[in-house]
Structure formats: structure tokens, C-alpha cells
Design a protein around this ligand. Structure first.
Ligand code: HEC
Ligand code: HEC
Ligand code: HEC
Ligand code: HEC
Ligand code: HEC
Ligand code: HEC
Length: 346
């Protein structure tokens, strides 16, 4: 970081120096005027962003604290099939061409330039989002797209990878050879739009409408909660964290609508989903489906319903919001899976 700033200061010094040289031909200079407004005047090209305010620095500092910056996962992108979500370079290539041709030798973590076209026009227009179009959910048969505003950007990466072998409700048995079968880490966007669960029949109906209740209420999906004003540089904004370092919840993301709420456990949703996940895990373990290397499915041949129950567990465990991303759908998938396995056990 230090080196980048030194480089930046050198360029600034050069730009300023040039100004002094040019202005010194015209006689003595008057007192410095006040800082102009952002944007507009082409003569303040760099100052539109690199001005004396702390706005840019604040975003940089928040970003530097985020898992996007610190997670270290870009290294997965030396493999082409992982690079579209795990690196800056792979993501941009995938979004332009629909594929990543080869592993990225020196992959970068997602960064400013992944999400904003920095230094393209050298105006504040460079703070627009690189991709804002409705996102395609690759696990849907028809490659359906969904619109969750600015959250579309996030959903391009935070979605499950396509299953191999695929599964359909009441469909043929599945022969699963890899214990890694199931959804990948980061299936959040699928849950938010109400797709990807194995809709096993049961007493709890699945929501008729597409998407979580929030999907109809929030203009920008993920961004409205994960980038709400937060605590210092530890949660909210460009940290994307819902909790700060002490674990305290960033309630600013919720209280605008759920006034008086003091935890994310609104309507007891997280407590309930946690209990359902525990019960389902016990049943899957007892049925000899779950527990390979203490965290995966045992390779083998399963009926669609059995594999589907595992999928529902794994999906909602990997989502990590304990139902906040779509409580009604999560509860129905878990409850009906539990019913099925409990009945089978008897
Ligand atoms: C739209 C806002 C914006 C404008 C206009 C802008 N920059 Fe930047 N600049 C950024 C951002 C954002 C970064 C990346 C910060 C980071 O990654 O920590 C950056 C980074 C830099 C860096 C560090 C090296 C690098 O590329 O990351 C230098 C040097 C720099 N800018 C110089 C300039 C100069 C000179 C101009 C005018 C010709 C300019 N910038 C105009 C937003 C802007
Ligand atoms: C280029 C793909 C990509 C995009 C776009 C993206 N993410 Fe991520 N995100 C990732 C990856 C990969 C990780 C894991 C990073 C690591 O561990 O190094 C991650 C991590 C996170 C985490 C931290 C998870 C944890 O372990 O605590 C949150 C929260 C998050 N992203 C939310 C978002 C939101 C909100 C957006 C949209 C504004 C977004 N992401 C856009 C790929 C992406
Ligand atoms: C469709 C996008 C996508 C693809 C493709 C993808 N991942 Fe991920 N991966 C993510 C996201 C998003 C996260 C962060 C999820 C979270 O924090 O909840 C993640 C997290 C991870 C993690 C946990 C964080 C870490 O680095 O320790 C590992 C490991 C991982 N992925 C490995 C892989 C590997 C290996 C591949 C290729 C075989 C791959 N991923 C392909 C989206 C993807
Ligand atoms: C994972 C994607 C992502 C990354 C990485 C990212 N941003 Fe952003 N940024 C966003 C989104 C989404 C918004 C819109 C937030 C909103 O509307 O509340 C935004 C908003 C902004 C804004 C406000 C723009 C405006 O029109 O008011 C600035 C400035 C900004 N980002 C700078 C940066 C800088 C600097 C970095 C790198 C240090 C960075 N961003 C990294 C997604 C990202
Ligand atoms: C209604 C607000 C809300 C929306 C919308 C939302 N999230 Fe979350 N998200 C949460 C909460 C709350 C948690 C769980 C925090 C906890 O209990 O620690 C969470 C957890 C996560 C996590 C696990 C890591 C973490 O920070 O706890 C990731 C990754 C994530 N969300 C990404 C996304 C993505 C991507 C989207 C959009 C598809 C999205 N979220 C939409 C509120 C939201
Ligand atoms: C823009 C307003 C808004 C914001 C912001 C918001 N919510 Fe909600 N939320 C609602 C409304 C309205 C409902 C629907 C209540 C109903 O149908 O009974 C709801 C429903 C819920 C539900 C039940 C959902 C279901 O499917 O039954 C949970 C859980 C929840 N919110 C948690 C949260 C959390 C946690 C946050 C902050 C991270 C949050 N909400 C932010 C407006 C919001």
C-alpha cells in the first residue's frame, strides 16, 4: 500500500509541479481558492477523486479490512474453472466472454477495478458499476436472469456452481462419486431469489412468489444490507461485513424497517433455522448420508429425495445467514426434509 501511495504522490507532485511551472510565467499567484465540487470541470480531472477529502481513503480503508481484500482466495484462480469468481482478472474475462480460457498466473483478489471501471474516463463516471445488468442464475435449467439492482454485481459470483450429477424432484437415483457433491460456498443469491433448493414435498408449502420477502422491498438486494452505513471501518460500506470485529451486529441495515430490532434474529428466524439445521444434520448422520470426513456426503447411490435432503442441508449451511436471505423458503426446505427423513427412520 505504502508503495502505491508513494507512486501516487509522485504523480501528484509532478502534476502540481507542472502547474507551478506553467503558472509562474504569469506572475505571482493569488491565494488558493476553496476545493471545487466533485466532477464537472475537466481541469480537475484527478482531483475529482484524489482530492483532500477523506472519502476515497475511507473506502480504501474499509476495503482493505474486508474479506474481499484479505481472504487470500484469489490463489484458487490459477485453475481456470475457479477464476471467474475468485479473481479480478477471471471475473472481467468471464463477464466479457462467458468463459475463462486459462488459469490466471498472478490472480488478484476482487478489488476497486473489479466493481468500478477505475481510470477509464478519469471522471466520477468511473465510480459506476462494471456490471449492473440482471444476473444469470446458472443452476436454473433455462439460465434465468433476476434483477436485484446493484446487488446484481454481487450475485454474479455469490451463486452456486452447477451440480454434477444434477438432481430433479422425484427424478432418477443419483450415483455420487465425489464427496464434494453439493453447492459450492457462496450460494446466497440463489437463496435470495428462491431457487436451488430441492423442493421435497411436505407439510410446509413453498412460497408461491419468486424470491424472498425482501426481494420485493429492497431496491439493491445485497448492497442494501451489506453496504449500509456501519461501524467505523469494520462493518457496512466497503467492508461488506454484517458484524464488526467484536461480533456486534450492524443493525443500521435493518432498523430502517424493523424499528427497535436489536439483533438479526428478527421473528426468531435465525434461532429457528439453526435448530432446523441441527435436527436435519442429526437425521442425515443417522441415515449414513452425512459425515464423510465429518463434513461431507458419503459417496454412493441415493434416491433423489435422499440426495435432495442432503442438498438442502448443505445449501443452507453454506449460505451462512441462518435464514435471513430468505426465511420462508429456508424453513420450508428444512422442515420438509426433516419430515421425510424422520418418517423413513420409523
Ligand atoms: C473516478 C475517480 C478517480 C479519478 C478521476 C482518478 N483516480 Fe486515480 N485512483 C482512483 C482509485 C479508486 C484508485 C485505486 C485506489 C486503490 O486501489 O487503493 C486510484 C489509484 C491511483 C494511483 C495509484 C496507482 C494505481 O493505479 O492504483 C495513482 C498514481 C492515481 N490513481 C493517479 C491518478 C491521476 C494522475 C489521475 C488524473 C489523471 C487520477 N488518478 C484520476 C480513482 C480515481
Ligand atoms: C468477483 C466475484 C465477487 C463479487 C463481484 C463479489 N464477491 Fe463477495 N466474495 C467473493 C469471494 C471469492 C469471497 C471469498 C473471498 C476470500 O475468502 O478471499 C467473497 C467474500 C464475501 C464476503 C465475506 C464472507 C465471509 O467469509 O465473511 C461477503 C460478506 C461478500 N463477499 C459480499 C459481497 C457483496 C455484498 C458483493 C456485491 C457488492 C460481493 N460480495 C461481490 C467473490 C465476489
Ligand atoms: C460461481 C462462482 C464461484 C466459482 C466458479 C467458484 N467459487 Fe469458490 N467461492 C465463491 C464465493 C462467492 C465464495 C465465498 C463464499 C462465502 O464467503 O460465503 C467462495 C469460497 C470458496 C472457498 C472458501 C474460501 C477460501 O478460499 O478458503 C474455497 C476453498 C473455494 N471457494 C474454492 C473454489 C474452487 C477450488 C473452485 C474451482 C474448482 C471455486 N471455488 C469456484 C464462488 C465461486
Ligand atoms: C465487490 C464490489 C466492489 C468493490 C471491490 C469496490 N466497490 Fe465501490 N461500490 C460498490 C457498490 C455496489 C457501490 C454502490 C453502493 C451503494 O449504492 O450504496 C459502490 C460505491 C462506491 C463509491 C460511491 C459512488 C457514488 O456514486 O457515490 C465509491 C467512491 C467507491 N465505491 C469507491 C471504491 C473504491 C475506491 C474501491 C476500492 C478500494 C471500491 N469502491 C471497491 C462495489 C464495490
Ligand atoms: C435483508 C438483508 C440482507 C440481504 C438483502 C442480503 N444479506 Fe447477506 N447477510 C445478511 C445477514 C443478517 C447475514 C448473517 C449475519 C450473521 O448473523 O452473522 C448475512 C450473511 C451473508 C454472508 C455470510 C458472511 C457474513 O457476512 O455473515 C454472505 C457471504 C452474504 N450474506 C452475502 C450476501 C449476498 C451476495 C447477497 C445478495 C444476493 C446478500 N447477502 C443479501 C443480510 C442480508
Ligand atoms: C426496506 C425495509 C427492510 C429492511 C431494510 C429489512 N427488512 Fe426484513 N422485512 C421487511 C418486511 C416489510 C418484511 C415482511 C414482513 C411480513 O411479511 O410479515 C420483512 C421480513 C423479514 C423476515 C421474515 C422473512 C420471511 O421470509 O418470512 C426476516 C427474518 C427479516 N425481515 C430480517 C431482516 C434483517 C435481519 C434485516 C437487516 C439485516 C432486515 N430484515 C432488513 C422489511 C425490511
Amino acid at each position: 500500500m505504502k508503495r502505491i501511495f508513494t507512486g501516487m504522490l509522485t504523480i501528484f507532485a509532478l502534476v502540481l509541479g507542472l502547474q507551478v511551472v506553467l503558472t509562474s510565467c504569469e506572475g505571482p499567484e493569488g491565494p488558493a481558492g476553496p476545493q471545487g465540487p466533485i466532477g464537472g470541470d475537466g481541469s480537475v480531472v484527478c482531483g475529482a477523486c484524489h482530492n483532500l477529502s477523506t472519502d476515497l481513503l475511507q473506502k480504501i480503508t474499509q476495503y482493505e479490512y474486508s474479506i474481499h481484500a484479505t481472504g487470500g482466495t484469489a490463489i484458487r484462480s490459477t485453475t481456470a474453472s475457479c477464476a471467474n469468481c475468485h479473481s479480478h482478472e477471471g471475473f472481467l474475462e468471464y463477464m466479457e466472454t462467458g468463459t475463462v480460457a486459462a488459469g490466471i498466473p498472478v490472480p488478484l483478489q476482487p478489488n476497486c477495478r473489479t466493481c468500478h471501471p477505475i481510470h477509464e474516463t478519469y471522471t466520477v463516471a468511473d465510480y459506476a458499476l462494471t456490471y449492473a445488468d440482471p444476473f444469470v442464475l446458472n443452476i436454473t435449467e433455462e439460465k434465468a436472469s433476476f434483477d436485484i439492482g446493484k446487488g446484481n454485481l454481487c450475485a454474479n459470483c455469490h451463486q452456486p456452481r452447477v451440480l454434477d450429477p444434477k438432481i430433479s424432484v422425484g427424478g432418477p437415483d443419483l450415483t455420487i462419486t465425489s464427496y464434494r457433491w453439493g453447492y459450492h460456498h457462496g450460494p446466497q443469491a440463489a437463496l435470495y431469489v428462491g431457487e436451488g433448493g430441492y423442493r421435497i414435498p411436505g407439510s410446509m408449502p413453498y412460497p408461491a412468489t419468486t424470491g424472498s420477502k425482501h426481494m420485493a422491498l429492497l431496491d439493491n438486494g445485497c448492497v442494501d444490507c451489506h453496504m449500509a452505513p456501519g461501524y467505523a471501518t469494520q462493518s457496512g460500506g466497503h467492508t461488506w461485513n454484517m458484524r464488526n470485529a467484536s461480533g456486534a451486529a450492524n443493525m443500521a441495515a435493518c432498523t430502517e424497517c424493523h424499528s427497535g430490532a436489536t439483533s438479526f434474529d428478527i421473528l426468531g428466524g435465525q434461532t429457528e433455522v439453526e435448530h432446523l439445521l441441527d435436527s436435519l444434520k442429526t437425521l442425515l448422520t443417522d441415515a449414513g448420508i452425512y459425515g464423510y470426513q465429518s463434513a461431507y456426503i458419503y459417496p454412493g447411490t441415493y434416491t433423489a429425495d435422499e440426495a435432495g435432503c442432503y442438498l438442502n442441508f448443505q445449501y443452507l449451511e453454506e449460505d451462512r445467514s441462518l435464514g435471513v436471505h430468505n426465511l420462508t423458503y429456508a424453513k420450508a426446505l428444512l422442515t420438509n426434509s426433516i419430515e421425510f427423513l424422520a418418517k423413513k427412520k420409523k
